[in-house]
Design a protein around this ligand. Structure first.
Ligand code: SF4
Ligand code: FES
Length: 233
């Protein structure tokens, strides 16, 4: 089949503003949108710029807006999108070139919540720090995050407020806050108990809709809020 890709292009070295360019390529219905983008880049216009790596929904690098919705180009099949699509960069962060956005703020927010196990106790000799299946289950959903930024850039607060920590950072915090082996719960809850933390969330569910890993992002944010209100503070 023939597929039309209308792609928002922007090269700060030559363009005063972004503009659309349309390309037509041959593709199989079962190809991914990423395959069609690669076809454009490899056979039509090598200057087209986008991030991608694993091509299997694992690295999180090729999140972009496809027909107005955030998605991973490597997970979306052409047959599910149709023979015409509009592709744009994620919203809320500066565009560096074409579909590549500046993720610095996103990673700053991620670092803020200390995304690593905090435990000052002596590690047990000769084995891991153990936890039960039930303890592991509590934070299972948020371990699936691949830091693609689809949730944070789908959130309307991100579009207007660069202080907002964003859903992806809260998901990352959730993964440790409820880990029975971690001792940094109070520290992380204090960081998120802020006007730019969980309380900025207005529960619009864009993040949950956008997540390519089907993580219940809004539920994770609400769980952190409830812990602050009832369990901890
Ligand atoms: Fe991506 Fe989902 Fe993680 Fe957000 S929660 S960064 S949408 S994988
Ligand atoms: Fe790695 Fe799509 S290229 S998630």
């Amino acid at each position: 089949m023939q597929v039309n890709l209308k792609i928002l292009r922007y090269n700060p070295e030559i363009d005063s503003k972004a503009h659309f360019e349309t390309y037509t390529v041959e593709a199989e219905p079962t190809d991914r949108v990423l395959d069609a983008l690669n076809e454009v880049k490899w056979t039509r216009d090598g200057t087209l710029t986008y991030r991608r790596s694993c091509a299997h929904g694992v690295c999180g690098s090729d999140a972009m807006r496809i027909n107005g919705r955030n998605a991973l180009a490597c997970k979306l099949l052409i047959q599910d999108v149709g023979d015409s699509m509009t592709i744009e960069p994620l919203m809320g962060f500066r565009v560096i070139k074409d579909l590549v956005i500046d993720m610095d703020q996103f990673w700053e927010n991620y670092k803020k919540i200390k995304p690593f196990l905090i435990n000052d106790d002596q590690a047990p000799a000769g084995r891991e720090r153990l936890q039960s299946q039930e303890e592991r289950e509590v934070f299972d959903d948020t371990t699936k995050c691949i830091m693609c930024a689809a949730c944070t850039t789908a959130c309307p607060i991100t579009w207007t407020n660069d202080k907002w920590v964003g859903p992806a950072a809260i998901v990352a915090a959730h993964r440790f806050i409820y880990d029975s082996r971690d001792q940094g719960q109070d520290e992380r809850l204090n960081i998120l108990n802020d006007r730019s933390g969980v309380w900025r969330c207005r529960t619009v569910f864009n993040c949950t809709d956008a997540c390519p890993r089907d993580i219940k992002v809004t539920r994770a944010i609400e769980q952190v809020k409830r812990t602050m209100l009832y369990d901890n503070m």
